[in-house]
Design a protein around this ligand. Structure first.
Ligand code: NAP
Length: 471
């Protein structure tokens, strides 16, 4: 009785810690403490799971020791692997890591459903149906996230498409549903075993088939959608297992993932159906590039222009993360501010390779939050700004997205850097961005390229401003 009370209390505390942790993650100031808090929640849940062992009768305990040993081995392997990956992963490889971790969540929910079906845990028709729905969503999230990981990691470069694919996918989904229904109807009988196995196979295959045709540029939205799926699947399995902590954690992840999916789709000006069922993101190679020549300047010339400007807006992008030049950038910015220049940072919601990528980079360098502006808050200011400094950004400042209907990024809102009086762009050469299209802004009259790795260019710019002395 006492153990039961402790287990229940631990679940409640864990749920509270998850909710508090997620709330704290919504601001860069408290995000780190939010992650740590949610981690403590996990410790409570895992501890309570092991305490449950004392709830079973002493005779039954020896039979459970194999399960306990397996759980300990799984925990050790999981902690060692994720601990090592978390420490060593490059910032630019975070999206694929998020995708694979998310897939593990979906796989776990599907495994819980399988165990629940095998151990007669599901006691009523409602329980069984919820188990099957959770399993379906968990399987889709598991295999879908693995494909998303392969695409983001560059292992699968092209979307896989074939004629009649949508009909094939719809048929596969209906087959999975029918097999699930059959599993529920024949549950507990020997005839129910085969449909059950086929149901899991069809659901796993559907996750793969659903993700294969989606273009790389849509992967941010897809990952957050699968994140929502995983949360939902975990929540449903929590209901089946009668585990409130699992239910609450699943619901929190599910609703946060749903909100993030809606925000990401809005940031790219795309509806979810458009993301899932259209061919966005692979027409880049056929798109015709802009004509004309790019002008270029030395880092010192660009730095001098900014030193004598009265306002500068900085647009960071993926290249800044690749170069790990955020510290150098802030050193440069502090010098401009000390000389009386009004400096602001403009953040596009899908700049970089994961939601909040640029905010994390700038926070890492210690840039104060009041210098950082979201797209909607700063877009009108570009027209009245002396200099827009674009660092390793391409797609998020591509005016083609506003005007060229044939462009694969048409419709995506952009940062209006092209409207500034003078635009400087730091990038290594004429490489395209994630979507693979060239940017006409780089050929505009008011735009000057400063070629080179962002870290090297910014170092030279810092030296140039130092050489000018203070105002
Ligand atoms: P981008 O369009 O991918 O462009 C990055 C640019 O950085 C490239 O043109 C590259 O040009 C330059 N670059 C690379 N390494 C550099 C270095 N060391 N120093 C200087 N420049 C460097 O980046 P973005 O403007 O940030 O746009 C993000 C794109 O990623 C969007 O299309 C978005 O949809 C997509 N996406 C976003 C997420 C997300 O959640 N945020 C996730 C997945 C995909 P050079 O080769 O010429 O240097």
């Amino acid at each position: 009785m006492f153990i039961e009370y402790i287990v229940g209390l631990s679940g409640l505390i864990a749920a509270g810690l998850f909710i508090y942790g997620l709330k704290a993650m919504s601001s860069p100031v408290t995000a780190v403490s939010g992650i740590v808090t949610a981690g403590y929640g996990m410790v409570f849940v895992v501890g309570a799971t092991f305490l449950n062992l004392f709830n079973v009768s002493p005779d039954a305990r020896p039979h459970l020791m194999v399960n306990v040993a397996l759980a300990v081995v799984a925990l050790l392997l999981g902690c060692l692997w994720t601990g090592w990956r978390g420490r060593t992963v490059q910032m630019t490889a975070m999206p694929q890591m998020v995708a694979i971790f998310n897939g593990m969540g979906g796989g776990s929910a599907a495994s819980l459903a399988a165990v629940s079906l095998l151990s007669d845990h599901a006691t009523s028709g409602l329980h069984l149906s919820v188990t099957i729905v959770g399993a379906l969503i968990g399987c889709i999230s598991f295999t879908g996230s693995i494909i998303a990981w392969a695409k983001l990691d560059g292992r699968m470069r092209k979307p896989v498409r074939f004629g009649g694919q949508r009909i094939f996918n719809a048929a596969l989904f209906l087959i999975a549903l029918a097999l699930g229904a059959r599993t529920v109807m024949q549950y507990g009988t020997p005839e129910g075993v085969l449909p059950g196995i086929l149901f899991f196979g069809a659901a796993l295959l559907f996750g793969i088939c659903m993700t294969l045709p989606i273009g790389g540029a849509d992967m941010p939205v897809v990952i957050s959608l699968y994140n929502a799926f995983t949360g939902l699947a975990v929540g449903l399995e929590g209901y089946v297992m009668g585990n409130p902590a699992l239910m609450i954690a699943g619901m929190v992840v599910g609703s946060a993932g749903t909100l993030l999916t809606a925000l990401m789709a809005k940031a790219m000006n795309r509806s979810l159906t458009n993301v899932l069922f259209s061919n966005f993101g692979d027409t880049a190679s056929t798109a015709k590039g802009p004509e004309g020549e790019m002008k270029s300047a030395d880092p010192s010339d660009a730095a001098t222009s900014m030193r004598y400007a009265s306002s500068v807006i900085i647009v960071p992008g993926y290249g800044l993360a690749v170069a790990q030049a955020q510290q150098k950038l802030y050193e440069f910015v502090k010098m401009l501010v000390a000389d009386g220049v009004d400096v602001k940072f403009a953040i596009h919601p899908v700049a970089g390779r994961m939601p909040g990528h640029m905010n994390v980079l700038l926070a890492e360098a210690g840039v104060p939050y009041d210098m950082i502006y979201d797209m909607d808050d700063i877009n009108d200011s570009f027209a009245t700004t002396d200099v827009a400094l674009i660092i390793g950004a391409n797609d998020v400042v591509n005016p083609e997205a506003l005007t060229d209907k044939s462009s694969p990024i048409y419709g995506m809102p952009i940062l209006n850097a092209y409207k500034s009086r003078q635009v400087f762009v730091i990038k290594r050469g004429s490489g395209t961005g994630y979507s693979g299209v060239q940017n006409p802004l780089f050929f505009q009259k008011n735009c000057t390229m400063v070629f080179g790795d962002a870290q090297a260019v910014l170092s030279k710019m810092v030296e140039a401003v130092k050489a000018l002395g203070t105002a």
